[in-house]
Design a protein. Structure first.
Length: 93
């Protein structure tokens, strides 16, 4: 899940990008994260390029795990997830 409480406009998690892709909207970026086993958060470029494509970055970490890596980035938003870590523990990260 991508709860609204874990969405930060104007911020981006650095040093933890698994993959980048061009997407048509934020929903498709979130879908790409669901498909990637190690994805636990996304960086989404708010402004599209001239072709209407947004940059989507899939992260293998969250702002809670690496607070110093959450940086200001005017054209991005960061969105963390509720993920399952370990055998049967649910973490809100």
């Amino acid at each position: 899940m991508f709860p609204s409480s874990l969405l930060f406009e104007g911020e981006r998690l650095i040093n933890h990008v698994l993959a980048s892709a061009g997407v048509i909207d934020k929903d498709f970026c979130e879908f790409q994260c669901y498909k990637e086993h190690n994805c636990v958060s996304i960086n989404f470029e708010i402004r599209p390029n001239a072709s209407g494509i947004h940059n989507c970055e899939l992260n293998n970490s969250t702002h809670n795990e690496n607070e110093k890596d959450l940086v200001k980035a005017a054209n991005y938003l960061y969105h963390g997830t509720n993920v399952r870590r370990g055998w049967n523990t649910m973490w809100n990260i």
